[in-house]
Design a binder for this molecule. Structure first.
Ligand SMILES: C[S@@+](CC[C@H](N)C(=O)[O-])C[C@H]1O[C@@H](n2cnc3c(N)ncnc32)[C@H](O)[C@@H]1O
Length: 262
């Protein structure tokens, strides 16, 4: 099947190249707020974030500044969710892979529940929230800063922390269900099997993460596994549909769309 693909080098907060209501599915993974590897990106994008970090460094205690930084980072992403809403067709689906973050700031350890903020922001722009998927990455041991250890105080209650070993795949829809003619050929030609349906539409997916230990460049792309993109594309689009990834990175979504006739 002949398909066409376009990479736009630009800022997805303003996707002026993409017309309103022209995309059937968005599959993406943004930079994760409050995860250290993305600090520079958020600082480059927003001078207020730089100023807030500087204030925090001077104060040496949180005093609400971490919360403000976290909010600013989500404001940055929210502009992309707004643009996504604009470019999606009615009934179009948005799938967002995101992990929460844990961080010690000013001596205080806490969780930054990115999945909650993104859900709130997507609802604000008009999306309907649908049941989400928990992507559980198989690990032999809970990890903290690359070391196999629980966070906290070993075997003594009550001050240890639960390890973050799941990420979220949040799913949203723009307005009402997509409508098709009875026996639409492309739709029927995109059907999944019963085995696929039972596995894909259950809430916990056990899929190995993509190895990111080779070069600095590869580490910085933070690629997700093709299996994730492939499942989402087959679940929420039909052959010939247009799929968008506003945070393309190494291009996993595009490669998978191409392989699946989208
Ligand atoms: C988590 S990575 C995506 C990885 C991707 N799923 C893959 O498999 O390679 C997020 C990407 O979004 C890019 N990015 C951040 N802000 C952006 C923006 N405003 N417009 C376009 N891309 C952006 C980052 O440079 C990074 O490549």
């Amino acid at each position: 099947m002949q398909t066409s693909h376009k990479i736009i080098i630009g800022n997805s907060q303003n996707m002026k190249e993409i017309g309103e209501g022209t995309v059937h599915l968005m599959v993406t993974s943004p930079p994760y707020p409050m995860i250290a590897m993305w600090d520079d990106l958020f600082c480059k994008a927003d001078s207020q974030i730089v100023e807030l970090w500087q204030k925090l460094d001077k104060k040496k205690s949180d005093s609400g500044l971490a919360g403000q930084i976290y909010t600013q980072m989500h404001n940055y992403l929210a502009k992309v969710w707004q643009e996504t809403y604009r470019v999606l067709v009615d009934g179009g689906i948005a799938c967002i892979n995101i992990g929460d973050a844990t961080r010690s700031i000013g001596g205080k350890f806490q969780l930054f529940p990115n999945h909650c903020r993104i859900t709130e922001e997507c609802e604000k722009v008009g999306f309907t929230t649908l049941p989400y998927i928990l992507w559980k990455k198989p690990t032999t041991k809970p990890q903290y800063k690359g070391k196999g250890a629980f966070l906290g105080s070993g075997f003594l209650p009550p001050n240890a922390y639960v390890t973050l070993d799941c990420e979220y795949i949040l799913i949203f829809r723009k307005r009402n269900l997509r409508r098709f003619e009875p026996h639409d050929e492309a739709r029927y030609g995109s059907a999944f099997s019963k085995v696929q349906r039972d596995e894909w539409f259950s809430q916990i997916w056990q899929i190995k993460g993509t190895r990111q230990t080779t070069s600095e460049l590869e580490r910085r792309t933070a690629a997700y596994p093709e299996e994730i993109a492939e499942r989402l594309i087959k679940m929420f689009s039909i052959k010939g549909d247009t799929v968008l990834d506003p945070f393309l990175g190494s291009g996993t979504t595009m490669k998978t769309a191409l392989a699946n006739g989208r």
